[in-house]
Design a protein around this ligand. Structure first.
Ligand code: DGT
Ligand code: CA
Ligand code: CA
Length: 571
């Protein structure tokens, strides 16, 4: 595939931006920007020039290095230095570059001072006034930033479940101030899908027109698309679409079932209805002209010969068969969780001390908390060398003495190096209660190399959990190419567990892989990877994903008490 000069220029510009965010030498940054401009304006494809053997250093601003890089890009389609720097800097910062008025310098300030890493962080900080406290961020700029976030998100089409939740809760609260019989969110949101396209709300009321009038006055509406007697559609200020629908009270159950979806689940359910000589739609289940069910979801499922199926399972991935053979899982719940096995502190890139994290976890009613700061390779996170690691372990002991009602586990999130060796000596690892391993760079290796890298890491006898196994970041980074079947098989043999990382942009393992792990008998841990006390609350998102992956309490190791957990940490 041909690579255009514009693409090469884009790579150089992107690299320059990242260098600048990183705080690199301005001359170096400028060199790449210049090169980008030169490349854009040559007027002949560089690919052809390279093929002709043209000496690229004859071009203005292109030295030996840049000439090499151009050749690399033209021949391989990749710019390895760009790939490398993306491993070092939170890739989510790149999306902030789409905002007009925000250059790399300001992004750096936002990141350094307020830890803003994503459009969503930026939106919140602009709304709650945090940005206004920074010098150089006046009211006009903040207005521009707010508008820019909306635009950039529009391009991003789907919304993370966590973000949708903020709005759903707000809208439901708002709507519940008028007289209603039923109010429920349906669609992918109710199924707890990791991203949602739009929000589907179902309401029934004696006077639905009053509900619609009230809905259309919701303050966060940007645009009303349609307003009708049974359905209204609006766009919110964050560009999220919300559909509000109504049916008669005695159709509430069938409407909820219908609008919860998924579409392919509904199609299967309808097939069963047809086999039974019934008709099923959003108004009810009908035998001839007679309505035999519709008030509740339970009776709708029952009428077609099924049991109630949890919304998270309604993806046509075997839930109907499981229901018919009475083997539906009893899904894990947030309340089942006894502790968090992946957290960071001030020792590396966390924002709270070990003691603060311990107290916050204790407040949540946890029995244990693993402190798992980064190993040294992750220098952007001030990863621990052996000396600082041992110092942290001593502090964990001290805090364990001091804070009652919770046990801290000594852990670490150890980088898996490119060759599959670990970024920490066995002398330190053997002191730990729990060892997480993770890939934080070189995401682009071939499937075979990447799989071998991880399997090699499994050989280390101290490893317990593979953290965020595929490395994907929703909307920002594709998952690594991995032979997941092979990894799960080996994990099972070695008693290594998979993480379901609860960070809203990770949710990794995803639902499909979580189900695969469960079926292969591999246990999982749902962990928040919290970098501050508040993110301990991400657990909910991880549980959503686990439930979508058919996980039951027994599939998740951190539902066990400490004694039970320790059994799973033996190799
Ligand atoms: P989204 O919004 O893209 O994240 O996904 P959903 O699942 O929320 O889809 P949406 O909003 O288009 O529709 C909501 C539900 O309505 C969907 O899950 C199932 C139901 N539905 C929509 N269109 C059809 C259809 O053509 N046939 C059937 N059986 N159900 C449908
Ligand atoms: Ca939807
Ligand atoms: Ca919809």
């Amino acid at each position: 595939m041909a690579i255009t000069n514009a693409e090469i220029a884009r790579m150089f510009n992107e690299y320059a931006n990242l260098l600048e965010i990183k705080g690199e030498n301005p001359f170096k940054v400028r060199a790449y920007r210049n090169a980008a401009r030169v490349v854009e304006n040559i007027g002949k494809p560089l690919e052809e020039l390279v093929k002709e053997g043209f000496d690229l250093t004859k071009l203005p601003g292109i030295g030996a290095d840049l000439s090499q890089y151009i050749k690399e890009i033209v021949t391989t389609g990749r710019f390895s230095k760009l790939d490398e720097i993306k491993d070092e800097i939170p890739p989510s910062l790149l999306e902030l570059l789409k905002i007009e008025g925000l250059g790399p310098k300001r992004i750096r300030t936002l990141y350094d001072r307020l830890r803003i890493q994503s459009l969503e962080d930026l939106r919140r900080a602009a709304e709650n006034g945090e940005i206004a406290t920074l010098s150089g961020f006046g009211p006009t700029l903040i207005e521009r930033i707010k508008k820019g976030v909306v635009l950039a998100k529009k391009a991003g089409q789907r919304f993370k479940w966590s973000e949708a939740k903020e709005y759903v809760e707000d809208i439901l609260n708002y709507l519940s101030t008028v007289e209603l019989t039923h109010l429920q969110v349906a669609g992918s949101f109710r199924r707890k899908k990791e991203t949602v396209g739009d929000i589907d709300i179902l309401a029934t009321a004696k006077d639905f027109s009053q509900v619609v009038r009230h809905f259309l006055n919701y303050p966060k509406i940007k645009e009303v698309i349609s307003a009708g007697a049974t359905r209204s559609t609006v766009i919110l200020t964050n560009d999220m679409q919300v559909d509000l629908r109504s049916v008669d009270d005695d159709s509430y159950g069938s409407a909820l079932q219908y609008f919860t979806g998924s579409k392919s689940h509904n199609i299967e359910v309808r097939k069963l209805a047809i086999e039974k000589g019934l008709k099923l739609n959003e108004y009810g289940v009908f035998k001839g002209d007679k309505k035999i069910a519709g008030k509740t979801e339970e009776e709708v499922y029952e009428a077609v010969g099924l049991c109630f199926i949890e919304p998270e399972l309604r993806e046509n991935r075997g839930e109907i068969e499981a229901c018919l053979s009475k083997s539906l899982p009893k899904l894990v719940e947030l309340e089942d969780i006894r502790g968090d096995l992946h957290t960071h502190t001030l020792y590396t890139d966390g924002k709270n001390s070990i003691e603060e994290m311990a107290r916050a976890a204790q407040q949540k009613g946890y029995e244990y908390l693993a402190i798992t700061d980064h190993s040294k390779r992750l220098s952007v996170a001030r990863g621990l060398d052996e000396k600082r690691a041992l110092k942290e372990l001593e502090e964990i002991d001290r805090v364990n003495e001091k804070v009652d009602g919770i046990t801290l586990l000594k852990g670490m999130e150890v980088d898996i190096l490119e060759d599959g060796s670990l970024d920490m000596s066995d002398e330190v690892l053997k002191e730990l209660d729990i060892v997480l391993i993770a890939v934080h760079y070189k995401f682009n290796l071939s499937k075979q190399k990447q799989t071998e890298r991880i399997l090699k890491a499994f050989e280390n006898p101290y490893v317990n959990i593979l953290a965020h196994p595929t490395g994907r970041m929703i909307g920002l980074r594709e998952p690594m190419e991995l032979d997941m079947h092979m990894i799960l098989k080996r994990a099972k043999e070695y008693n290594i567990h998979m993480e379901i990382n609860a960070q809203p942009e990770r949710l990794d393992l995803n639902d499909i892989y979580a189900k695969m792990a469960k079926e292969m008998g591999v246990k999982m841990a749902v962990n928040t990877d919290a970098h501050n006390i508040y993110s301990l609350n991400y657990m909910e998102y991880g549980i959503n994903q686990a439930r979508r992956g058919w996980c039951e309490k027994e599939d998740i190791i951190n539902t066990r008490d400490l004694k039970g957990l320790r059994e799973f940490l033996k190799r």
